[in-house]
Write a protein that binds this ligand. Structure first.
Ligand code: NAD
Length: 483
């Protein structure tokens, strides 16, 4: 058995310094590329969370009173420092998640953009004057909540952290962030850089490394924490929501998805085939908005599926820096994906390609799965209902526009949806009727820093990204003055 005590440790960052867990407990972080321990990760407890929330509470008192341009200037500087140290941040994130290195520059750029964007637009975050005649002066203002708890998943750690933390800070709040216990390293490094290089006041932005089931409930209990943003599974959202209800604590919940990607017969079939492969395989399918229900119009079904599967066959999964996708980030997730291969086999689904784990040879003991396409699937089948969070897509035929909308909306989720069509009227009609927080047409991308992101139905509520998020991290107040 390997002695892991000498491995690098990832501790919390609280009050502008590294904070080892007060209970002294660490767990092994396993390298998803090799299955071998990589680091030791702190398992912080309630006491550590209290220190972080207290530090944020103190630091926030002065931060909230800065003029917006002063807060904004520091956030823009955080963006610059992220770019300057992007290579190091990218290395940590690639190592912990298993993402191919070539994907990191784009993700680092997005992470920096969030700080630059919110650092800029906070200058325009004003209230308004409401005219009530000569005897009143009435206006609104946007006040911060206090301290925001930010709970994060492992699939795109820095990107998801930045999109919540940057607007929360811009609006005048302090932050206690809890990265996933599987990928904490890059966010701890970002917080250190923000404080030690970009001039963010110590204590304003803290990172507590630990388990969600310990830190989440502790966040709900702490009186300084006035709002929590959670990006994660429906299960975690539900558990946190029940606890938060006792304190009427507001939440932003960014949860799972089972997004429909609809291919109409009038589209550019080659572009749709390529884009639909990216839709379900980017990040090895560990993507909340992944297009994992591929709805294909009946009259083009067979030729389209042939093109699509041929594109899937070109992918190269592996540990290499230039692989099209890497391993699954956690062992539990790897096992979960494999369990769906077994279900598909038992249910007699037709596997057009993939349907298995990849091991041995260049895959070693890493957690790799083959990009997988099941055809002739009904929207009622389990694989069409549940979020798998891996590179697995089900192909579902449909007759016409109405049928496509009906199938797409028949889901517990509503995070994203794709439309492939050259008919502009159809595009707008269908976009208007789809129950999803983001509709992407003639490509299947992740949107922009400036576009709001969030879900319908069990995909969550509240919106991250865009100008909208500033509203979510501030509270509107009316001031009514009798003159
Ligand atoms: P997860 O729910 O297991 O964990 C997410 C975070 O919540 C982690 O930090 C975890 O420690 C914490 N957590 C777990 N249980 C908790 C509890 N009871 N109370 C408070 N916190 C708790 O999710 P994951 O496996 O890390 O990530 C995958 C999930 O995240 C998928 O469902 C995916 O769709 C979703 N996701 C959503 C978005 C979005 O924008 N909607 C983005 C990325 C990922």
């Amino acid at each position: 058995m390997l002695d892991t005590t000498a491995l690098e440790r990832v501790d919390s960052y609280v009050g502008g310094r590294c904070l080892p867990p007060s209970g002294g407990i660490y767990s092994d972080k396993i390298n998803p590329r090799t299955g071998v321990p990589l680091k030791r990760v702190a398992q912080s407890n309630l006491e550590d969370l209290v220190q972080a929330a207290d530090a944020a509470d103190v630091a926030q008192q002065a931060w909230r009173d800065l003029r917006p341009f002063e807060r904004g200037r520091i956030l823009v500087e955080v963006g610059r420092v992220i770019r300057l140290h992007g290579e190091r941040l990218g290395q940590i994130e690639s190592e912990e998640t298993g993402k191919p290195a070539h994907e990191m520059p784009a993700l680092i750029d997005l992470t920096a953009q969030f700080f630059e964007f919110y650092g800029g637009i906070v200058n325009a975050m004003d209230g308004e004057v409401i005219n009530q005649g000569p005897h009143y002066h009435v206006y609104t203002r946007r006040d911060p909540f206090g301290v925001i708890g930010v709970i994060l998943p492992w699939n795109a750690p820095l990107h998801q952290a930045a999109r919540a933390i940057a607007p929360a800070l811009a609006a005048g709040n302090g932050v206690v962030a809890k990265p996933s216990e599987f990928t904490p390293g890059s966010l701890v490094t970002l917080a250190r850089l923000a404080v030690e290089k970009a001039g963010l006041p110590p204590g304003l932005f803290n990172v507590v490394v630990g388990r969600g089931t310990v830190i989440g409930p502790a966040m709900v209990e702490h009186p300084a924490i006035q709002k929590i943003s959670l990006t994660g599974s429906v299960r975690a959202g539900r558990e946190l929501g029940k606890l938060a209800a006792d304190r009427i604590l507001p939440l932003t919940l960014e949860l799972g998805g089972k997004s429909a990607n609809i291919v109409f017969d009038d589209c550019d079939l080659d572009a749709a085939a390529r884009g639909s492969v990216w839709a379900f395989t980017w990040n090895s399918g560990q993507w909340c908005a992944a297009g994992t229900r591929l709805l294909v119009q009946e009259n083009i079904h067979d030729p389209f599926v042939e093109k699509f599967v041929a594109e899937v066959a070109k992918l190269r999964v592996g540990p290499e820096d230039d692989a099209t996708s890497g391993p699954i980030t956690t062992r539990a997730q790897y096992e979960k994906i494999r369990s769906y291969f077994d279900i598909a086999e038992k249910e007699g689904l037709t596997c057009a390609i993939g349907g298995k784990a990849l091991s041995g040879g260049r895959f070693g003991d890493g957690w790799y799965v083959a990009p997988t396409v099941y055809t002739g699937v009904s929207n009622h089948d389990l694989l069409a209902r549940e979020e798998i969070f891996g590179p697995v897509v089900v192909v579902i035929p449909f007759k016409d526009e109405a049928d496509a909308i009906r199938i797409a909306n028949d889901s517990d989720f509503g995070l994203s949806a794709g439309i492939w069509s050259r008919d502009i009227g159809r595009v707008h009609r269908v976009a208007a009727r789809l129950d999803a927080g983001r509709i992407v047409v003639n490509e299947y991308g992740g949107g922009f820093v400036q576009t709001p992101c969030g879900g319908f139905r069990q995909s969550g509520y509240g919106r991250e990204q865009g100008i909208e998020a500033l509203g979510h991290y501030s509270q509107l107040k009316s001031v009514i003055i009798r003159l």
